[in-house]
Design a protein around this ligand. Structure first.
Ligand code: ADP
Length: 680
């Protein structure tokens, strides 16, 4: 190809088509080239400018032919560029590929600058040299590469931030890569620590991997599969795994894996199903216990009444005492079942948990014996809760008894009371703790600890690992009911051989809510009953009603009785004088004891109320509060205890809704001693 000097824009330099077919052919190649081709003479004037160059630079060829090459170069690099072209022209025939690594800048007609990859050659001809550049606009390439890079980085970030474990494995289960979520699930320090490790070796069921390989892939994916894996640090993790296999024809197959950590979900499900199980057991136990309470009441009232009969021979009296003792013991058991079923009438009042523990230190020491050392730590303040004093003492005694039994050869027990916040795990274990703050009563022992199988059934009634003489399996069941009924929860930390800590969480209250109290006359000798006295008895259980009426009438009390609320109200409409006292069951068919008393009080404002109950569903629903000033006598009770309660009720200062009394002392009567409570 020769340089002609005068060049047309659309003609290659020096081509004379009629005598140079090759040149003409070359011209077509140049014209059609997808890359810009520009030639200049030694003065760097543009001689050739093909169509692709027109597209890249935005100039028509006619506009630039004869112009200085500099118009295609940004001013900032023009001088340097000029020198470089000069230098190459001076070197004679050379060709150099530049571009990619040494990107040059071009300037479009619009003034826009761009990166260009350039191949450059100079050709010395007879009439001088020409320089030719093949120009590639890198803008699109760069943009595509940037987009690819951004997209890659976005996907990388997505994988890195994913809460789902994402990993790749070789076909033999060797981990190739893992995202941070999987690294965390496996308890490893970094992705590098898991790379190259065998995933199947972590499976708790080592055969699972083989099963997977031997056909559980449906097509290229397999159904999600739950597996327990050993973590790199300690313990295990339950993962829901889904695999997908790809490749395998020309390259080695790769398994793409996705993992969800279901450990917490499984644990929670187990807790919920345990709680459900306990709830239904509680319903059953509570229902049975309630009915038993009525039966035991009848047994005790009958035995008592027969004992009082002078016609009964001495020998039979001894039998009657045995009957009564057995009934007392049966009553204690039903109390525990009621506690578990959360159907016990609780008498919550503000109390200082620390004070309850310190007050019972002597009893705790005696229970533990000399070979167990005891440490009690209580916070100086902030340990007030709303709970039933007597029940908390019972809870403490049960926990201490269990601790002692777990340390047959002695050990250490510590009791701590103070404000604490349950951890997320502890909250999950309790399921339904209200928002804080909490007072925690913790009892720790250095005993045998609890294995997982026992741990799962700990709060079930009648579950015991002790022999018949030492265990009833009702201790923890009743603690469970009492604590839950008090709005709290229980957590257990234990491992075989490492001792046990039971933590009881009670919602903390401010000491300022302590109400003023009026005391019910309390003491060994009940105040004498003053006659005449008119009592209205309302009880749906025929046997109990009959026996209560008989016991009252024997003491000269004027009694009217009804089986339910409407019948009782009907008795009030007659001519006879209004009653001084209503003795009513709490739970009655139709009108509840509470509602009945409200209606009677509307007609007879100064009537006193003695509730009798095996449990009080109503009372529980109303946060354990009965009508202000009323007294509650739990079933089963003896006639003596009934009289005692009546006498104390009548001797007490009439209670107003603003006042309340704490638990009055147990009335005399021996055996099972019900606790009286004046409701606030
Ligand atoms: P009981 O004491 O009559 O067996 P509980 O309901 O109080 O009934 O306890 C149930 C079971 O829980 C016990 O038999 C024992 O296996 C286990 N347990 C309770 N407390 C502890 C403890 N502190 N250490 C070890 N095991 C305990």
């Amino acid at each position: 190809m020769e340089l002609d000097g005068e060049v047309a824009a659309t003609h290659p330099v020096g081509v004379e088509a009629e005598r140079d077919d090759d040149g003409s052919q070359l011209w077509h190649v140049v014209a059609l080239s997808a890359e810009g081709i520009i030639s200049t003479d030694e003065q760097q004037r543009i001689l050739l400018f093909n169509r692709a160059a027109e597209e890249i630079f935005g100039y028509e060829a006619e506009e630039v032919i004869g112009q200085q090459l500099a118009i295609l170069i940004p001013s900032s690099v023009r001088e340097r560029h000029h020198e470089m072209v000069d230098r190459m022209l001076a070197q004679g025939t050379v060709s150099r590929r530049m571009g990619e690594r040494h990107v040059l800048r071009g300037r479009r007609r619009s003034g826009e600058e761009f990166d260009a990859g350039i191949s450059f050659s100079t050709l010395r001809l007879a009439h001088g040299s020409i320089a030719t550049a093949v120009v590639r606009d890198l803008t699109e390439l760069r943009r595509a590469r940037d987009l690819a890079r951004q997209s890659e980085s976005r996907y990388r970030t997505l994988v890195d931030l994913s809460p789902v474990g994402i990993f790749t494995c070789a076909d033999d289960g060797t981990i190739l890569d893992a995202n941070p979520a999987l690294v965390a699930m496996l308890g490893a320090e970094s992705a590098a620590a898991v790379r190259g490790q065998s995933l199947p070796a972590r499976f708790a069921d080592p055969e699972c991997w083989d099963r997977l390989r031997d056909g559980r892939f449906v097509g290229h994916a397999h159904a999600p599969l739950e597996q327990r894996l050993w973590r790199f640090d300690t313990g295990h993790v339950d993962l829901m795994l889904k695999f997908r296999r790809a490749g395998g024809v020309t390259d080695a197959p790769i398994i793409y894996g996705f993992a969800l950590d279901v450990t917490e979900r499984r644990r929670l499900e187990a807790t919920v199903s345990r709680a459900d199980h306990l709830h239904s057991l509680g319903k059953l136990a509570g229902g049975v216990a309630h009915d038993f309470n009525n039966l035991i009441s009848i047994i005790r009232l009958c035995a008592e009444s027969m004992r009082d009969d002078p016609a009964i021979p001495g020998e039979s009296r001894l039998d009657l005492e045995d009957i009564d003792r057995a009934a007392v013991r049966a009553g204690e058991l039903t109390q525990q079942l009621l506690a578990f079923g959360r159907r016990q009438v609780l008498h919550p009042r503000p109390l200082d948990l620390a004070e309850v523990v310190l007050r019972n230190e002597g009893l705790v020491r005696r229970l533990l014996g000399e070979d167990v050392s005891l440490r009690i730590t209580t916070a100086p303040e902030g340990t007030d809760v709303l709970a039933d004093d007597a029940q908390i003492e019972r809870v403490l005694v049960n926990l201490i008894t269990n601790a002692r039994d777990a340390m047959p050869t002695g050990g250490n027990v510590s009791i701590t009371v103070g404000r604490a916040e349950p951890s997320a795990l502890e909250r999950a274990e309790c399921l339904s703790l209200p928002p804080g703050p909490f007072v925690r009563l913790a009892v720790s022992d250095s005993g045998s600890g609890i294995d997982p199988a026992t741990r799962a059934r700990l709060f079930e009634p009648f579950f015991t690992t002790k022999d018949v003489a030492n265990g009833t399996g009702l201790g923890l069941a009743s603690i469970y009911g009492i604590v839950l009924q008090s709005g709290g929860g229980i957590t257990v930390a234990s491992a075989p051989g490492e001792g046990t800590t039971f933590s009881l969480w009670f919602p903390a209250i401010s000491a300022k809510v302590y109400p003023t109290t009026v005391a019910l006359p309390n003491g060994d000798v009940p105040p004498a009953l003053r006659l005449p006295l008119r009592v209205l008895v309302v009880e749906d259980e025929d046997g109990i009603r009959r026996l209560v009426v008989r016991a009252l009438e024997r003491r000269g009390i004027e009694v009217r009785a009804a089986a339910d609320g409407p019948a009782a109200l009907a008795l009030l409409t007659g001519e006879s004088p209004p009653p001084d006292v209503i003795i009513s069951d709490v739970v009655l068919p139709g009108l509840s004891g509470q509602q009945l008393v409200e209606q009677v009080a509307a007609q007879v404002p100064d009537v006193r109320t003695l509730f009798i109950s095996g449990y009080s569903r109503d009372a529980v629903q109303k946060h354990g509060r009965l009508r202000p000033g009323s007294v509650l006598l739990p079933k089963p009770f003896t006639a003596e205890q009934l009289m005692d309660a009546l006498a104390r009720l009548l001797a007490a200062t009439p209670a107003s809704p603003a006042s309340a009394a704490p638990t009055a002392g147990a009335p005399s009567g021996g055996g099972h001693a019900p606790t009286l409570e004046v409701s606030r």
